[in-house]
Design a protein. Structure first.
Length: 102
């Protein structure tokens, strides 16, 4: 519905700049980590299990993500904004999480 109402160019403008930066840098590993972490409500244990990552690796990636997006990943408002941005990036055709590589 949003894709039809706004079109890809307008949707691109709504995507968080940190997400756009990760997409441009082709950091699919970090994007998938972020999307999984957000989908799991910030649960580190579930996220690390789902991605088959050691917790220390996940914490390292979360630190990199915090730097990239410039926000606190434990903040509900930030998490909502980032999840929305990931969805908008998909609708705009910027983000295609097809790969199963982590």
């Amino acid at each position: 519905m949003l894709g039809k109402a706004y079109g890809p160019d307008r949707l691109h403008d709504l995507v968080h700049p940190g997400i756009v930066g990760l997409i441009e840098q082709r950091r699919d590993d970090l994007l998938r980590t972020l999307e999984t972490y957000l989908a799991n409500g910030g649960d580190v244990r579930r996220t690390s299990e789902e991605l088959f990552l050691h917790r220390s690796t996940l914490y390292y990636r979360l630190e990199k993500l915090t730097e990239a997006v410039g926000g606190d990943l434990s903040d509900g408002e930030t998490r909502f904004e980032l999840m929305l941005s990931l969805r908008l990036a998909r609708l705009a055709g910027l983000y295609h999480p097809d790969s199963t590589d982590v």
